[in-house]
Design a protein around this ligand. Structure first.
Ligand SMILES: [Fe+2]
Ligand SMILES: [Fe+2]
Length: 169
């Protein structure tokens, strides 16, 4: 393979790594905003869990940046989209589940693009992160189910719950 060809392949991988990093940066801001708003409404347990997830996304953004730098690229600072504010508590969980779903689908495509461009290391990075996004989605779906099935009874029980350290579940 010519040097020029290798360079083109590397640029394609850098492009998807940076697109993924933009998605993570947007998710970080979205989840932090939800964390503060849930905290204001005194949903301590939800707030803490979403804070923990935001920190996972920070780690993902950092992982993508490190790989971009290994490939001699420049890590992006752009957010993939805007941040929704003042969401009702009932809206937050299906919204976030959708956001994780999009990440999972997109990262699967990106892993494929990495492989097509002979970069197994980046493809594996995507696969590892997909597993974590899947765990985030499961959490958001579980809470959404509880709210849909039990409604205000469940929500009333979650008001005044303690803000914990947000350790791994
Ligand atoms: Fe992530
Ligand atoms: Fe996630």
């Amino acid at each position: 393979m010519s040097k020029q060809n290798r360079e083109q392949k590397k640029q394609k991988v850098i492009e998807v790594l940076n697109k993924a990093r933009s998605m993570e940066l947007q998710a970080i801001h979205q989840y932090m905003n939800q964390h503060y708003s849930l905290d204001d409404k005194d949903y301590g347990e939800f707030a803490t869990k979403i804070r923990t997830i935001a920190i996972d996304e920070m780690r993902h953004a950092e992982t993508f940046a490190e790989r971009v730098k290994e490939l001699d690229g420049e890590p992006t600072t752009e957010l993939a989209g805007g941040v929704e504010k003042n969401q009702d508590v009932e809206k937050i969980f299906p919204f976030d589940s959708e956001q994780e779903e999009e990440a999972i689908e997109t990262y699967n495509e990106f892993a494929q693009i990495c492989r097509e461009n002979n970069d197994t290391i980046s493809a594996k990075l995507f696969e590892t992160i997909i597993e974590e996004e899947q765990q985030h989605q499961n959490y958001f779906d579980d809470i959404d189910d509880h709210i849909k099935n039990l409604g205000n009874t469940y929500l009333a029980r979650m008001v005044g719950t303690a803000e914990g350290e947000g350790g791994e579940e």
